[in-house]
Design a protein around this ligand. Structure first.
Ligand code: FPP
Length: 263
């Protein structure tokens, strides 16, 4: 039986990190950033102020995941449903995204981070798409960690698009229907070649997955925290990792089977 690990107390970030690195870390973490608007409202600021502050959390989380040697970090930055937001807010988010790409390219180069995107990128403004392609191109050979931004992304649309491509290949005669299985469908998803997330974090207290990585999170551990995204920093990420280390990932097996395997 696993011994309960004491909750995160008033220990320093260094002590917390030292505890975290003693246990198994997730290889791929996916994050639903939420609560930027509420963070701003609590301070009588416009919603976009929350997005500006949220960028600082993105930087801190990327840095921490890279330092801890994770293979992947995927961030839900703009959902397909977010196109329903007021035009002003969408424009501000696009501007922030472009700024982020311009500013962070040198950091991604220095730290060996590969950048990629998932979602219907072609819907984004042309200048943002140009920057995305440039950063993807320039970091394509990096092996350190893959940072994926989900932009104009919908898990259901991703699956629909994949099915369309499968059908098109079947009709063209290059794919036999009998060859269609889970591994094959995966190759048609935006995330092809990427490991499934082990841990999915959502901030702001909402306990739903909002059309994010529907296929890929089949076996992910889910972690919900009340912390609003702009307040979510290294310490909060480390607390999520500690919580992850308490989970018993059985993948359909029994606890006894796992103990037998371990012993
Ligand atoms: C959710 O909070 C946040 C978003 C939909 C956008 C997040 C975007 C950024 C932090 C900036 C751009 C991102 C990158 C990676 C450069 P919300 O607005 O839904 O908050 P609320 O639920 O409190 O209203």
């Amino acid at each position: 039986m696993k011994m309960p690990v004491p909750a995160v107390g008033c220990e320093s970030e260094e002590e917390l990190q030292a505890r975290v690195v003693r246990g198994p870390l997730p290889r791929h973490v996916a994050i639903i950033m939420d609560g930027n608007g509420r963070w701003a409202a609590q301070r009588n600021l416009p919603r976009v102020a929350g997005h500006h502050e949220g960028i600082k959390s993105v930087r801190e989380v990327v840095t921490c995941c890279r330092e801890l040697g994770l293979a992947g970090l995927t961030i839900y930055a703009f959902s397909a449903e977010n196109w329903r937001r007021p035009m002003f807010e969408i424009q501000e988010l696009m501007m922030l995204l472009e700024l982020y790409l311009k500013r962070e390219l040198s950091t991604l180069m220095e730290r060996g981070i590969r950048f990629r995107t998932i979602g219907r990128i072609e819907r984004l403004p042309a200048s943002v798409v140009e920057w995305i392609r440039r950063v993807e191109r320039e970091t394509a050979s990096h092996q350190g960690m893959t940072l994926t931004l989900a932009l104009s992304y919908s898990g259901r649309s991703e699956i629909v698009d994949a099915v369309r491509r499968v059908v098109s290949d079947v009709q063209a005669g290059s794919l036999a229907p009998s060859a269609i299985d889970e591994d094959l469908l995966e190759q048609y998803l935006d995330t092809h070649g990427m490991e499934d997330p082990d841990l999915v974090i959502r901030t702001s207290g909402e306990c739903r997955i909002s059309n994010f990585l529907l296929w890929q999170m089949a076996y992910a551990e889910l972690y919900f925290t009340k912390t609003l995204w702009p307040d979510f920093r290294r310490r909060d990420l480390l607390a999520a990792f500690l919580d992850f280390q308490q989970r018993e990932r059985r993948f359909g097996r029994t606890g006894e089977q796992l103990q037998g395997r371990a012993g």
